[in-house]
Design a protein. Structure first.
Length: 371
């Protein structure tokens, strides 16, 4: 039997799922709905939209999965150097981050609403998630804190993939046990929202590292065809349905915040990625359609662009339920259009230019997806 990595399958369906995850994060940032005069809109935001932050868990797991798929063997066999790997990772996330961040900074300067300059500098350098101060780690373009975490994951990856499977699995289990214990202790001591708890369990790179490690282990499981026999159209549908069901359940049953940040959503996200990585069901076939692929390729731009757009547009919120609904509905096509243009006119040309600056020895795989 051919292993998963040897078959001429495509992981394109995971590219389309990236758009869905970015869309969830966008929904979580429609915070003007929480302030709406309509109890229905406030209830909808609290029950479902707020939990869209779980899209970050998807991105962290998928990042470990795809980097393992694309680089593990190349790094171990010396077909790509660590320097080349780091060059590609930095070139992947910094250009668009800096372009969006500086453009938004100019807008904030025009509004005379600039964040503290040390916070801005840490943000632009992608070091801000290490600060427990929310005015720092959520400074400028809020979602960029996750890129700060990703940069840390990228730095560790060449060492993590050299660890033997039992060692890496033991590290993952030990880390998750500590996080579960910490979440239980926090839930007993802290009743509501706390900036410190938010930082430790949602933003802090060391805490979120274990989702990235889960992605590494998941890729190795996929290569070994684990879960392939269950990757059917029915299980794909169940994997998709389980996510919104979990999102509603955590609010319905008042799950403590410390568990919502990643623990509750890690299992369904991991199952979702593994099932769709095998790509055997009807939904996988649908997700490989060119239109959805284009949206998936633009998902990084959507992730970075949407929050500044909401900040710009929410000045028109609060004029009534109809106004809030219209604004929320308008945000989706506007953010999608902006992300597609940002990807086509900024992100992709810059990526191509940066990749031409250096000769890479790693060969492209026909079924590798864009990172």
């Amino acid at each position: 039997m051919l292993t998963a990595a040897a078959r001429p399958d495509s992981l394109a369906q995971l590219t389309s799922l990236r758009f869905c995850a970015a869309l969830l994060v966008l929904l979580s940032h429609l915070v003007f709905l929480e302030r709406s005069g309509s109890p229905v809109l406030r209830g909808l935001y609290d029950l479902f939209f707020r939990q869209g932050a779980c899209g970050v868990t998807f991105f962290f797991i998928l990042s470990g999965f795809i980097l393992t798929h694309a680089y593990e063997r190349a790094l171990k066999e010396g077909r790509v150097s660590a320097l080349t790997y780091y060059h590609r990772r930095v070139a992947r996330i910094f250009p668009l981050h800096l372009m969006v961040g500086l453009a938004f900074l100019a807008y904030l300067a025009w509004r005379a609403d600039l964040p503290p300059m040390p916070a801005v500098l840490l943000n632009l350098a992608l070091l801000h998630s290490w600060s427990p101060d929310p005015l720092v780690h959520y400074s400028l373009n809020g979602p960029s804190w996750s890129l700060s975490d990703e940069l840390f994951f990228y730095a560790l990856f060449p060492w993590l993939v050299k660890w033997r499977e039992p060692v890496l699995r033991a590290v993952f289990i030990a880390g998750m046990v500590l996080i579960v214990a910490g979440s239980c202790f926090t839930a007993l001591r802290v009743a509501g929202y706390s900036p410190w708890v938010d930082w430790i369990f949602y933003v802090f790179p060391l805490t979120r590292l274990f989702e990235f490690i889960a992605g590494i282990l998941l890729c190795r499981a996929w290569r070994s065809c684990i879960g392939r026999r269950w990757a059917t159209s029915a299980t794909e549908a169940l994997a998709v349905i389980s996510l919104p069901a979990t999102m509603v359940a955590v609010e319905w049953f008042a799950v403590p915040l410390a568990f919502r940040y990643q623990l509750i959503f890690l299992p369904p996200m991991a199952v979702l990625i593994l099932i769709f990585a095998h790509g055997q069901g009807a939904l996988s076939h649908l997700l490989r359609q060119p239109g959805l692929q284009s949206l998936g390729e633009a998902s990084f731009a959507l992730y970075l662009i949407h929050r500044p757009m909401i900040t710009f547009m929410e000045r028109w919120s609060g004029a009534g339920a109809a106004s809030d609904i219209a604004l929320a509905i308008a945000m989706l096509p506007m953010a999608m259009l902006a992300s597609i243009l940002g990807f086509a006119l900024l992100d992709r040309p810059v990526q191509h230019w940066l990749r031409r600056r250096k000769t890479f020895t790693v060969k492209r795989k026909a079924f590798a997806i864009r990172q």
